[in-house]
Design a protein around this ligand. Structure first.
Ligand SMILES: [Zn+2]
Length: 422
């Protein structure tokens, strides 16, 4: 079996077309596919190359229709190709690539060129504005984001060939019967599924450290009404308060009192939970390990030992937190930054976790590719000040929190009430 992967990119959408067939046929199928596109002559290598940037002309559209019609029975997946072409505007430019994996920087460059072709904008200006904000990040990191907008299963699909990322055991010693959610289902994740988490680890995390993060975020969950496993509106009841987002999207917040006197300006909302902040950090890294490219896992052996609670850390890097104004998501998401340069002043892996209106940016501790631990203000400043987080409007909105506390402490939310004229 021979495989060919055609990647199609436009400003609006991307698609991957996979062609699979026996060796003899595929060459012909690919040759015909190439004949659809505009070509250029590569004089240096004496070759004819398909141009990476193509225009959706009427001629091209007709040729795609013809091609799809010819091979649709043999390869029904080819309909995707027609659908993709139909999604483009008349004369819109798009980019094609064959059997290549682009990194984030290359994709940004492709978008810049498409922007220029389609809108006649000057790429230099776009490049400069992107460089100002993201230049350092794109030069040093590959970024991937899992936002759950589309269902995605991470890892090997055949259950008998899976290796658990957390206990490193394989089938049949461990089973992979349950659906393991890469980000806890209780936080609203339905669609990011981790194939390489065995039933035993799933059970261990679900009844262990994941409860710490679910409790830690429970106030926001009830405030915004983010549904978890059940279908009802989540309600949080503590010793002196109760909060729930009702069906008509109003927040019902009640506090215990004698009904006399003024409404307080703040309360310490006392929950019945005790949580370990270090476990919250562990779970953030667990989410990341569940979805990260498996080639990085050998560098994270010690990190995984720590997630498994085999190691306790005395001091962890501080986590930077921001509450976004006016941006809010019902789906939790995670972005991963993997260092591709040799610059050891910046962390090997950084995670960015979004929940409701909260953003958590954290260094993944114990990577074997890190020389530094990123604990001191000086070490932190050396990388943080270069990242996009410390630029533009958001630069002063971060607060650094210490999540090193391992012992379970009573969870109390400090709520401040402010009067506002509406
Ligand atoms: Zn396992």
């Amino acid at each position: 079996m021979k495989k060919v992967e055609l990647k199609l990119l436009s400003l609006k959408r991307s698609s991957i077309l996979k062609l699979e067939s026996t060796a003899a046929e595929i060459d012909e199928i690919v040759f015909e596919l190439f004949s659809i596109f505009e070509k250029e002559i590569d004089y240096d290598n004496r070759k004819i190359k398909v141009k990476p940037f193509q225009k959706r002309t009427e001629v091209l559209t007709d040729m795609v229709y013809e091609y799809v019609d010819k091979y649709k029975e043999q390869m029904p997946q080819i309909y995707k190709f027609k659908k993709y072409i139909d999604s483009l505007d008349k004369d819109e430019y798009f980019c094609i690539s064959l059997n290549t994996k682009q990194n984030t920087k290359q994709i940004v460059e492709i978008f810049n060129i498409l922007e220029k072709y389609n809108n006649n904008t000057d790429t230099d200006i776009i490049n400069k504005s992107a460089d100002g904000l993201f230049g350092f990040v794109l030069d040093n990191y590959d970024i991937s984001t899992y936002n759950g907008k589309k269902p995605i299963h991470i890892g090997v699909s055949c259950k008998k060939k899976r290796v658990c990322r957390f206990c490193h055991k394989t089938y049949p010693e461990v089973r992979f019967g349950k659906k393991a959610h890469a980000i806890s289902e209780a936080l609203g994740n339905k669609s990011i599924i981790a194939n390489e988490e065995c039933d035993s680890c799933n059970e261990k995390f679900g009844t262990g450290i994941e409860n710490d993060i679910v409790a830690y975020l429970s106030f926001y969950r009830s405030f915004f009404g983010i549904k978890g496993k059940g279908s009802g509106q989540p309600k949080l009841k503590g010793a002196n308060f109760c909060i729930q987002n009702t069906v008509d999207n109003t927040v019902d917040f009640r506090i215990k009192g004698d009904g006399k006197g003024e409404f307080p300006t703040h309360i310490d909302a006392l929950t019945y939970e005790r949580i370990s902040l270090q476990n919250v950090y562990r779970v953030l890294c667990k989410y990341l390990v569940s979805v990260i490219d498996s080639s990085v896992l050998p560098s994270l052996t010690k990190t995984i030992d720590w997630i498994n609670e085999d190691i306790v850390s005395e001091q962890l890097p501080k986590i930077k937190v921001q509450i976004l104004n006016n941006i809010f998501s019902m789906q939790p998401s995670i972005s991963i930054y993997i260092r591709k340069s040799n610059n050891k002043n910046i962390p090997h892996i950084i995670g960015e976790f979004h929940y409701a209106c909260l953003v958590y940016v954290f260094v993944v501790p114990f990577s074997s590719q890190d020389d530094k631990q990123f604990l001191s203000d000086d070490e932190i400043a050396k990388y943080w000040d270069k990242l996009h987080y410390s630029q533009g409007e958001i630069k002063n909105k971060w607060t650094a929190y210490d999540f090193s506390e391992e012992d379970r402490k009573k969870l109390v939310f400090n709520i401040v009430f402010k009067e506002q004229n509406v």
